[in-house]
Design a protein around this ligand. Structure first.
Ligand SMILES: [Zn+2]
Length: 81
C-alpha cells in the first residue's frame, strides 16, 4: 500500500487540512469520501498526489490512463484548494 516513494516537500496525507478526505472527478462523476485517520491507519502516510491517483483508480475512473491530455481524469481533492 505504501510502497511508492514520498517526494521531499510533497503534501502528505497526515497534513490534509480536514478530517474527511473528499475526492471527486467532474469528468467521470466519481466521488469518494474517506476518513483521514482511517486511511493513515490502513496505508500509512502517503503523498497526496499518489493517493489521488490510487483513489481514482480504485473508484474505476475510466479516464485515468488516457493519453488525451484534454480529456484526462479530473480527480481532485474537493474540500481543499
Ligand atoms: Zn475521472
Amino acid at each position: 500500500m505504501s510502497s511508492e516513494p514520498i517526494p521531499s516537500g510533497a503534501a502528505l496525507l497526515s497534513r490534509y487540512p480536514a478530517d474527511k478526505v473528499i475526492v471527486d472527478c467532474d469528468k467521470c462523476g466519481m466521488q469518494a469520501k474517506y476518513d483521514k485517520l482511517e486511511m493513515l491507519e490502513a496505508g500509512g502516510d502517503r503523498a497526496l498526489t499518489y493517493l489521488l491517483e490510487a483513489i481514482a483508480r480504485r473508484k474505476g475512473c475510466a479516464k485515468l490512463d488516457r493519453f488525451d491530455i484534454k480529456n484526462i481524469c479530473g480527480a481532485r481533492y474537493a474540500n481543499i484548494q
